[in-house]
Design a protein around this ligand. Structure first.
Ligand code: UTP
Length: 277
């Protein structure tokens, strides 16, 4: 079964400069909680306990976040404020965290390959923390995908319908529809222009991957933008019918750019933060 979740978090986050000059994009707060904590919570809620982070230079705050802060915790012990750290502390106590560095930022596929020593030879989940996914009505997106994995035992990508003029921001799939919310992928294109896009079904930052993906990435040449793309490696799995695309239930905010980030902040303030106080 799936036990581990990989969080590629080595990107430069150039769309958020200057905020991301000395701080990881994944530490940007949505109200009072950093993006990476929402991501780890989603994985924990899906039953995963091994959190594997691929970081890079200037990303040490990620490791510090999932560690005890003796001085701070001592300072607030027994006060009203203790509850603000309870959620983070619970993640630290119930999950293990491991880290590796992507030394050169050669793309998402390369970041996933950099995580191989932390994952080993088993199926695993991948979460891009800058895609914030919330489902206030039911199971989180990763939980939904793991339920599907139990049935199909192959790689699964989460997809969302996007307006045609947005396809250039995503990997876009084509495939045979198996159910309302499920496709068997036959083709994918990385960041196609609207006229080249095979559909408007865009891959978002949630994946379940079988471990043969590592060899496929290692054999993948740099693609669009000179980066090693996960889409190109997945395409090789898809040729053997080994990739499903799942239209998830819930909301997704692209927190890698200002508009999505603000929408997520407003949504979480009204629907999560105020309810939790
Ligand atoms: P993005 O395409 O959002 O790139 O990466 P980015 O560098 O984070 O942000 P911009 O575009 O410069 O603003 C998608 C995900 O893949 C990770 C990022 O951390 C993000 O979670 N990534 C990307 C890596 O870990 N390494 C890479 O070399 C590239």
């Amino acid at each position: 079964m799936i036990r581990k979740c990989l969080f590629p978090a080595a990107g430069y986050g150039t769309r958020f400069l200057p905020a991301t000059k000395a701080m990881p994009k994944e530490m940007l707060p949505i109200v009072n909680k950093p993006l990476i904590e929402y991501a780890v919570e989603e994985a924990r809620d899906a039953g995963l306990r091994h959190m594997a982070l691929v970081t890079g230079r200037g990303k040490r705050a990620l490791e510090d976040h999932f560690d005890i802060s003796y001085e701070l915790e001592h300072q607030i012990r027994g006060t009203e404020k203790e509850k603000f750290l309870a959620g983070t502390r619970e993640l630290i106590d119930t999950c293990t965290f491991s880290y590796t560095r992507q030394v050169e930022m050669k793309g998402l596929g390369h970041a996933i390959l950099s995580g191989q020593p932390l994952i080993g030879d088993e199926p695993f989940a991948v979460v891009l923390a800058d895609d914030l996914c919330l489902n206030l009505e039911g199971d989180g997106v990763l939980t939904q995908m793991i339920q599907l994995y139990k049935k199909y035992r192959c790689s699964i990508v989460a997809i969302q319908e996007v307006p045609r003029d947005q396809t250039h921001k995503y990997g876009v799939i084509a495939g045979e529809q198996m159910a309302d919310d499920l496709y068997r992928v036959s083709h994918m294109v990385e960041k196609p222009s609207p006229q080249d896009a095979p559909s408007n079904l865009a891959i978002i930052g949630r994946y379940i991957l079988t471990p043969d993906i590592f060899d496929l990435i290692a054999d993948t040449q740099p693609g669009k933008g000179g980066e090693i793309q996960i889409t190109d490696a997945l395409m090789k799995q898809a040729q053997n019918g080994g990739v499903l695309a799942y239209k998830f239930k819930g909301l997704r905010f692209d927190c890698g750019d200002a508009e999505g980030y603000l929408q997520a902040s407003n949504f979480c303030y009204e629907n999560v933060y105020l309810n939790g106080r």
